[in-house]
Design a binder for this molecule. Structure first.
Ligand code: SF4
Length: 448
């Protein structure tokens, strides 16, 4: 199919697909498929199906549809026909086909897991109720906005067992940015927030989201958004991305640097190719932009004690002009039963931890190491209405497989609900489940 030549007596009509869709397009080795890639999203389209569908819809012969690459490596679709072909109609048909086909083959290039792309129209899944994706309200002006799951790092202390080495997560989710923004707008309105903070975080790496700039822009368009902040491990940061996020309206980046020394940084990221110097350079670049920078190392007793002091000094050196937010958010290492923990490491009490931070404040003449909500312009607010009670029995259908082996999702009262005890159930199966946990509008149920 690839690189066939058109017959000379007919006229050629060409679409440069690389200019129409924002994906890198490559032929598969056997040239039977094309692989479309954007950031961590990758998926395949069968060229046979594409040619058949186009031939049928444009009323031309299957043999008159060709695919090839030009000298710029752009992907071309060529139709040969004696009759006129309206290229704009052909382009719309191709976009429609890709939109229908692609979601079924998506993979996350970080984790190599299936990626389920959730849009407003697909499955009719609400974006409130899950800990994995959507919008989470914990009763303040800060709303957590979760656009995708999956992470390129394998940190040995990961509290949510993310990354390529995960043993518990079998699937990733990615959410349409318009759908996330409309859910955020809805929650801001229902909570009557005048100064909302959109905080991009997640079970994974928020900067891996290929539409993060559009997302920030969309969140900034809400007149009641006062702050947009994002967590990151720095892996995907580039100067261009920081510039684009600055223009889009990002207020603060919380960057997790856990060591200033290469071998420890590699160990703590679980990646032998961890680009420490690049991430330190990016920290400096952010500190010199309009985006506030907060360095957020995890203090792991006995593992990175001296690193923490080096990070305090580094922050003081590169980020002294920051006035709006604290510049350091040192985290206390905690044991997480459902995550990964470092062998033999014990966590400190918060009393000891805070005493040590106060000592650093004196030693390095810095303030705000012991953090308070008010330092982040955060305040308590109405909770989003919570429509389901613990013990309540719900009935519905499986709308999505979950991330864990025995987990699926169902929907009730406009909330998405994790249901366990469901191994082997497929989409569409009717289920009944009892709500067993319900906190901050995040719902867990067990099949009955
Ligand atoms: S960067 Fe965060 S989400 Fe990713 S593996 Fe490390 S701790 Fe987990």
């Amino acid at each position: 199919m690839a690189d066939k030549f058109s017959s000379s007596h007919k006229k050629d009509f060409t679409i440069n697909l690389s200019e129409v869709i924002p994906y890198t397009i490559e032929f598969s080795k056997d040239a039977k498929e094309i692989t479309l890639t954007k950031g961590v999203i990758t998926g395949e389209i069968s060229l046979d199906s594409l040619a058949l569908e186009l031939a049928q819809r444009l009323d031309i012969a299957y043999e008159d549809v060709f695919f090839k690459k030009n000298e710029k490596n752009d992907f071309l679709i060529i139709f040969t026909s004696e009759d006129f072909i309206d290229i704009s109609i052909a382009e719309s048909l191709i976009l429609e086909m890709i939109a229908i086909e692609l979601p079924y083959s998506l993979k996350n290039t970080d984790t190599h897991k299936v990626f389920t792309y959730i849009t407003e129209n697909l499955f009719g899944i609400p974006l409130i109720g899950s800990m994995y994706f959507g919008v989470i309200d914990r009763g303040t002006n800060l709303l957590q906005v979760r656009s995708l799951t999956g992470c390129p790092l394998n940190c040995p202390f990961c509290s949510v067992d993310e990354g390529p080495v995960t043993k518990t997560k079998h699937r990733d989710f990615i959410i349409d940015s318009d759908y996330l923004v409309s859910t955020f707008d809805h929650v801001v309105k229902e909570k009557e927030l005048e100064k909302a903070e959109a905080h991009l975080d997640g079970q994974g790496e928020p900067m891996a989201y290929p539409y993060i700039v559009d997302l920030v822009q969309g969140l900034a368009n809400n007149p009641n958004t006062a702050i947009i902040s994002a967590q990151t491990n720095g892996w995907y940061l580039t100067e261009k991305l920081v510039d684009d996020l600055e223009d889009a309206g990002l207020s603060r980046i919380n960057l997790s640097i856990n060591s200033m020394e290469l071998s420890n940084a590699k160990r703590l990221s679980g990646r032998g190719d961890f680009p420490l110097q690049k991430i330190l350079d990016m920290a400096e670049y952010i500190a010199n932009s309009k985006i506030s920078l907060l360095l957020a190392p995890l203090w792991i007793p006995g593992i990175n004690d001296s690193d923490i002091e080096e990070i305090v000094k580094f922050s003081k050196r590169i980020n002294s002009k920051e006035k709006r937010f604290p510049t350091l958010g040192i985290q206390n290492y905690l044991i997480h039963h459902q995550g990964r923990n470092m062998k033999g490491v014990k966590s400190k009490t918060f009393k000891t931890f805070n005493e040590q931070l106060r000592e650093f404040e004196r030693k390095y003449d810095v303030s705000n190491l012991v953090l308070k909500q008010s330092m982040f312009e955060s305040y308590k607010s109405n909770m989003l209405s919570n429509p389901l009670k613990v013990g309540e029995i719900i009935s519905g259908r499986v709308v999505l497989p979950g991330r864990l082996n025995d987990e699926v999702f169902t929907v009730a009262k406009n909330r998405i609900i994790h249901v366990t005890g469901t191994e082997g159930l497929s989409i569409g199966t009717k289920i009944k489940a009892r709500i067993i946990r319900n906190r901050h509008n995040i719902f867990f149920a067990k099949k009955v």
